[in-house]
Design a protein around this ligand. Structure first.
Ligand SMILES: [Zn+2]
Length: 587
């Protein structure tokens, strides 16, 4: 499993006893097991490897989840469905707005729309199996299972890609998920067009430089333009990607309304910003026999990359600024070989390091800034999140005496505590998850006071509100705990379970309830009690709760998971339900 190797690597990296450097061979072996292309000694593209690594990590960690929340699009025009394309609308999809060939026509013709969701980059997608790009973003008419993992939580963003028919003006749109943006590097002519058209965006990257980079960056710019011609900035590449693309000639668009091939205009905007924005610069062109590399220096900001000009008006979330945390660089003039190194920021110390095989060195910001970037990782600006968390912790302390009446998804709370922008509260997994088993995981939610809930919902929106009381009663109903319940010693249930599993040949004796007052007990429903007593005998019955859900003086330590005569226990004896008695004794 890749995830095990990855876990071990991270543990080792942050261990106080670590060595000067750590080779990660097990990551390679695990990738080779699932992706045969990485066997042997051929050189590979780092971005392609990154995609495989992330896809595989996602596959191994994914869990079913409710359908991803999409913002309500105000933009409606004449499209017949709000933001979601029907299966029939298979127009050319988002890709680098302008590729090296200045039109994406040839590239995307080879693509199946379904394969586009994870990385809108033609070279990689053509090579990838269609089944790998199957996560979200291309809703089909049939009921679909959605998955999430920490990988999709961190790296997934959405693009709203639109095509407008130039004859009838009908606009078709589709939402696509991306985990990186593959940006074209505009050439001199293209740069002129971009700058003339005044494509949105802060085109002059110099404004984004921090003070300390001043004279050095000027000198570097001068040096670069002398050597490579006019300096291309990351914003130029972004502008090229997001600029409108004409669909004409061989690349006309099949309009559903006209029912004909028409000239069209295609453009995309960011509908959901990712927590970590991964940007791939398309330095390489791979033809059948020949690979070439664009070696130009691309100017990029270390702090404050603002993608606001490329954001759709209905984009959820408000943070559009990003700070650089890592850069992958390619060294070598050709596209068929070379050497990769990486710069990464230690955010605790704000110190940059350069990773070159077994050599790890401290470097200055200037060194990072003058590197020939190939893949850039930008983290969403965390400034606001510090304020939110501070307010949250303050409120929690101030309202410590308030009853904790609300439940909130732990998954969302984790995002709130670690992400720069957690997105809207999503409690749906507490009430309607696809594998909704309420006792399955007592860690799936946390209790908070009404004041904290009100603060969070006012700040982040989302929902639905889930009250502890109604959640518990729904849970009890689901589990069959609506009638009276009975106490049974856990020791007896363990014997019974061992017998059921064939671990012992002796059946348990009659149920002995005389010890329930001073030993761990399990709570059984009426049906469960009746079945067990019917088979094994014993007693007397000790009622834990009467029909009105009120507990007697005894408190159950555990409860059986299933209500019916299936009488299956969890592998670890049973689910723990401390919350049930706590709540009800207070009532
Ligand atoms: Zn039309």
């Amino acid at each position: 499993m890749l995830i095990t190797s990855f876990h071990n690597l991270i543990t080792e990296m942050w261990s106080p006893k670590r060595h000067l450097y750590i080779p990660p061979p097990h990551i390679l072996y695990a990738i080779r097991a699932t992706h045969p292309m990485f066997r042997g000694f051929q050189q590979h593209d780092s971005q392609e490897f990154l995609r495989c690594l992330m896809d595989q990590l996602h596959e191994e960690m994914k869990t079913p989840c409710p359908e991803p929340l999409q913002p309500q699009l105000t933009y409606d025009n004449e499209s017949d469905d709000e933001g979601n394309s029907s299966e029939g609308e298979e127009y050319e999809t988002c890709d680098s707005g302008v590729s090296e060939r200045s039109s994406l026509s040839e590239d995307t013709n080879q693509l199946k729309p379904m394969s586009l969701s994870r990385s809108p980059s033609p070279e990689e997608n053509v090579k990838r199996k269609p089944s790998q790009g199957n996560q979200t973003g291309t809703p089909a008419k049939s009921k679909k299972t959605f998955y999430q993992s920490i990988i999709s939580d961190i790296f997934d963003g959405n693009l709203l890609s639109s095509v407008q028919c130039l004859t009838c003006n009908r606009v078709s749109t589709r939402v696509e998920t991306f985990q990186d943006l593959s940006l074209p590097i505009p050439n001199r002519d293209h740069l002129n067009i971009l700058h003339q058209n005044n494509v949105p965006g802060p085109p002059k990257c110099t404004h984004l430089y921090t003070r300390e980079q001043g004279w050095y960056s000027w000198l570097w710019d001068w040096f670069c333009s002398w050597f490579w011609g006019p300096t291309v900035s990351l914003h130029d590449c972004l502008s090229a990607f997001f600029s409108a693309d004409e669909l004409k000639g061989d690349n006309m668009y099949s309009c559903d309304k006209c029912n004909k091939l028409r000239n069209g205009i295609k453009f995309s905007k960011v509908l959901k910003t990712p927590e970590v924005l991964c940007i791939h610069l398309k330095r390489f062109r791979h033809d059948l026999v020949f690979s070439s590399k664009i070696s130009s220096y691309i100017k990029f900001p270390l702090e404050g990359l603002d993608i606001k000009p490329y954001i759709h008006e209905d984009c959820q979330g408000g943070i559009t600024k990003y700070n650089l945390i890592s850069v992958i660089c390619h060294h070598g003039a050709s596209g068929s070989g070379g050497h990769y190194t990486c710069y990464a920021l230690n955010r605790d110390t704000n110190q940059w390091y350069h990773y070159d095989d077994s050599s790890v060195t401290r470097v200055s910001k200037q060194t990072v800034n003058s590197s020939q970037a190939y893949v850039l990782f930008y983290l969403k600006d965390p400034v606001k999140s510090y304020r939110w968390r501070k307010r949250f912790h303050h409120l929690e302390q101030a309202t410590a005496s308030e009853p904790k009446t609300h439940l909130i998804s732990s998954h969302w709370v984790n995002k709130f505590l670690t992400f720069s922008e957690p997105g809207p509260i999503d409690n749906r997994e507490l009430v309607e998850g696809p594998n909704w088993v309420p006792t399955d995981d007592e860690n799936s939610c946390e209790r908070i006071s009404a004041s904290v809930w009100n603060y969070l919902v006012a700040t982040f929106k989302g929902g639905p509100p889930v009250l502890v009381e109604s959640y518990l009663s729904a849970m009890n109903q689901r589990l069959g705990f609506t009638g009276p319940t009975y106490a049974v010693p856990v020791s007896w249930l363990n014997q019974w379970e061992a017998f059921k599993k064939g671990l012992v040949s002796e059946p348990p004796g009659p149920i002995d309830t005389s010890t329930v007052a001073n030993s761990p007990i399990c709570e059984l429903t009426q049906t469960q009690w009746d079945v067990l007593v019917g088979v094994y005998g014993g007693g007397p019955p000790v009622i834990l709760r009467d029909g009105t859900n009120q507990h007697t003086s005894l408190e159950p330590t555990y409860s059986l998971e299933r209500a019916d005569s299936g009488l299956l226990m969890n592998s670890d004896t049973s689910s723990i339900q401390p919350s049930v008695n706590e709540e009800n004794t207070n009532a």
